[in-house]
Ligand binder design. Structure first.
Ligand code: FPP
Length: 245
């Protein structure tokens, strides 16, 4: 299967809405958290497969600003699972040149999670094979609101003028300031929604929805998504004829 993927036409940035952990568990008569545990295994496989293919940026939606409304036990277990997974997986990921990055309202996370994240971020900051970004307590509207506030403050302080506000300046004030735009957005579990994820960054992304629940998402499903991406013509508003010139 891997041979069918064109190495010179890989998405530079793959983002994934990892959906369906709860349904995976429910189908088996298990607690929802068992789905998250199994989902963490899919994270490992997906990171390894993206790394092996040569994808430079992978962004995973792990916890949204709205997910704080879930039952306390589920939130606490997810936080524990995150710490455990990051601690466990990053020994190997670090050896493979993977940099950890986080986006979202990181200050709203428990102090223990913040500490764990900042240690791994610092340790892996010079790695350049792949950037793994985890979106935690993330909401795109909140990100956009923060960007507008920061830029407005600069205008008020006369550091910049209104005429200086352009796409690049906006990009530089988002949480994802050091990442390229998303090329391929994958959502698992059959839902066809964006759910407040990377709204600015997916302006020209190819969208790929698959029915597989996240804990069942394997390397073969990632390959299918990338193959689908490679068959598409990305026109960025131009005509087909203009692209071949
Ligand atoms: C969505 O499924 C999934 C989440 C809210 C959590 C994702 C977290 C993990 C996969 C854990 C490990 C993550 C990392 C980065 C190590 P859902 O609970 O909304 O499923 P449902 O729609 O079927 O209820």
């Amino acid at each position: 299967m891997k041979e069918t993927i064109q190495k010179d036409n890989l998405p530079q940035h793959v983002a994934i809405i990892m959906d369906g952990n709860g349904r995976w568990a429910k189908k088996r008569g298990l607690y929802r958290v068992a789905g998250h545990e199994k989902g963490a295994e899919s994270v490992r496989e997906c990171v390894e497969s993206c790394g092996n293919l040569g994808v430079k940026n992978l962004t995973l939606f792990a916890f949204s600003t709205e997910n704080w409304k879930r039952p306390k036990l589920e939130v606490e277990t997810l936080m524990r699972l995150l710490i455990r997974s990051i601690r466990k997986e990053f020994t190997e990921f670090h050896k493979n040149g993977i940099r950890l990055n986080c986006v979202g309202n990181i200050e709203s996370l428990p102090k223990k999670v913040q500490k764990e994240l900042s240690e791994v971020i610092e340790k892996t900051k010079d790695n350049n094979n792949m950037t793994l970004t985890i979106a935690l307590s993330y909401g795109s509207r909140e990100e956009i609101k923060c960007m507008v506030q920061r830029i407005s403050q600069k205008v008020v302080d006369k550091e910049i003028g209104v005429e200086d506000i352009n796409d690049q300046l906006i990009q530089e004030h988002l949480y994802t300031f050091d990442l390229p735009d998303v090329d391929l957005l994958i959502r698992t579990s059959g839902e066809k929604r964006i759910s407040n994820f990377l709204l600015w960054q997916i302006a020209y992304a190819e969208l790929y929805f698959c029915d597989v629940l996240w804990p069942d998402f394997k390397t073969e499903h990632l390959y299918e998504a990338i193959e689908s991406y490679q068959k598409r013509e990305r026109r960025f508003g131009k005509t087909s004829e203009q692209l071949t010139k």
